[in-house]
Design a protein around this ligand. Sequence first.
Ligand code: EPU
Length: 434
Amino acid sequence: MDPKTEAFRITGLNGEKKLSGEISVSGSKNNALPLLASSVLFAGPVSFSNVPDITDVDKMFELLRNAGAVVTREGDVVTVDPAGVAHGEIDVAVANKLRASIILTGSLLGRTRRITFPSPGGCVIGKRPIDLFLEGYTKLGATVTENENIFTVSADKLSGMEFFFRLQSVTGTEALLMASALAHGTTTLKNVALEPEVTDLAEFLRDAGASIEGVGTNTLTIHGTGGIPLKNNSKEPHRVIPDRIEAGSYLVLGALCAHDLTLKGCNPSHLELPIITLQEMGVPVEVRGTDVVISNNTKPNNAFLPASIRTHEYPGFPTDLQSPYTVLCTQAEGESVIEEMIFEGRLAYTADLVSMGADITVAHPHKAVVKGPAKLSGRELYTPDLRAGLAYIIAACVGKGVSLIHNIHYVDRGYENAEAKLRQIGVAIERVSV
Ligand code: EPU
């Protein structure tokens, strides 16, 4: 079945807290993608476990295979043998569907010193430029040219440099870290992103033989290998970290619709502010080891307090959880303020929540005021991106009547087994062909 013709049909609970049970959190998309991209820095095979089975990961496999790598999956373990990587041409058709293909430019440049890739262009959540990548590659000694939206970056030799990120960039940090790992000499990256997905990549590369200092701080110092691929001495696959965004999204669903919900296999330290925000709103949520548990959630949703949420680089509030939390705010009693500081187009989806009955005013591209509680009614919706897709699912669950959510290929990009996990806790969700 063509995924573009599938939709989710969800019957809402009309505010009743009928869901209950457990959900196991999958491996993180935004950790798996850079880890897989980093495999081309190695001389021989590298393996990863807990790799989520989602379509963005499949697209990364395709890009790696097109470049000459051999990729195999057995269950949740993926092995990439990069020995045959012969060129740095990133497949245009696949890259156009995967913005995260930009991460692969860093590792492929390190390995092949000549890459071509398409301009990732704009996107529904904002402009998302790549100037920081290109400036970094230029500073490493590469020449950048662009012809009809195809970039070519090439260098006889990559040389260590010092680079200050004027904006903290997750994939920018990952790409420059990987390119400099195989450069000649020492590179210092300042004001790097501190998201757990980035720190885990740096730890993996360091443990696998790259010389990286400052992991977990905002300055990384990388002593390049001078063009020699890394040798991975570890026999064990490197484990992808739990998906904090998936966990946070299902927590919001639990807050609104579940009497009891346990999220298994989290790293709660990656979820501090989202959990604190729930607690401040009055959601009975607590951490028990690697479980995050909502229990005895009996009060009506209008007993929740409004929130003031401002997205920020880690450890601030994640932009990828802004849309689910906005749905939560539509049900709380009073006025919430949502400030989206990372992407300028990431409040557009609120118009669909308004069509369901929410009271949301977008003051400007970075700020929305949400007045609650509002009764939401089922609607036919077209999700603009994967995170809004989960927000629509939550809104459909808490609302009254039936919703039909289109464009669910976005949800399949980033949430492993979404409908099976949702059905398991009692959500009336069906994948239908439309
Ligand atoms: N930016 C620039 N120039 C650049 C790069 C970034 O101006 O060259 C700007 C961006 O436009 C944005 C800010 O810097 O305003 C920060 O963006 P960042 O580069 O950190 O975002 P990203 O690396 O493109 C990753 C995640 C996103 C997540 C953001 C923020 C991956 C594959 N993607 O994107 O995840 O929202 O960091 O945390 O890791 C998602 O999973 O749905 C998603 C969009």
